[in-house]
Design a binder for this molecule. Structure first.
Ligand SMILES: [Zn+2]
Length: 74
């Protein structure tokens, strides 16, 4: 089921984010979390390790059901 939201602007992904790679280490791509980078308030994908190690700078964002693919931002 495809969901459309009226608040896409609040969920822009970071320019450098790649949907199937960890934003920080670009290595662990098995299980990625969609989190919000506090500095830019943009969404990025992080692996579990990086999320735990940088929990001050990245917030887990569960405010909407993520489909697991990068949203279009254009
Ligand atoms: Zn990582």
């Amino acid at each position: 089921m495809k969901c459309r939201y009226m608040d896409e602007k609040c969920y822009e992904f970071h320019d450098k984010d790649v949907s199937d790679k960890c934003f920080l280490c670009t290595e662990n791509s098995q299980k990625l979390f969609t989190v919000r980078q506090v500095a830019s308030m943009k969404m990025v994908h992080l692996c579990g390790d990086c999320m735990v190690n940088n929990s001050d700078e990245y917030l887990l964002d569960n405010t909407r059901p993520w489909e697991g693919i990068k949203g279009k931002s254009d």
